[in-house]
Design a protein around this ligand. Structure first.
Ligand SMILES: [Zn+2]
Length: 87
């Protein structure tokens, strides 16, 4: 699925900094927020190559369990060139 189909956005969180947001590609019913940096590798954050959702690549792959009270959306994905791929 394309990242652009998952209602993507950016948010500046007061504690977590820049977050990439997109709808859960598994259940489509909630958003996932991932702390990112653009073009720089930093511990605990994902590096994204661009803010352009059409061509964005994230490194490394993303593993999440969201919402934290349920384990129904344990999921592992890669974002490569704007495409979300199960990892
Ligand atoms: Zn979900």
């Amino acid at each position: 699925v394309k990242l652009t189909e998952l209602d993507p956005g950016f948010m500046n969180h007061p504690e977590s900094g820049l977050m990439l947001l997109f709808r859960c590609p598994k259940c489509n019913s909630h958003h996932i927020g991932v702390p990112v940096t653009v073009g720089i590798k930093q511990p605990g954050r994902w590096m994204i190559t661009t803010r352009d959702f059409e061509t964005l690549t994230a490194v490394p792959s993303l593993r999440y369990a969201d919402p934290p009270t349920k384990d129904t959306c344990l999921y592992h994905v890669s974002i490569k060139n704007g495409e979300i791929i199960p990892a």
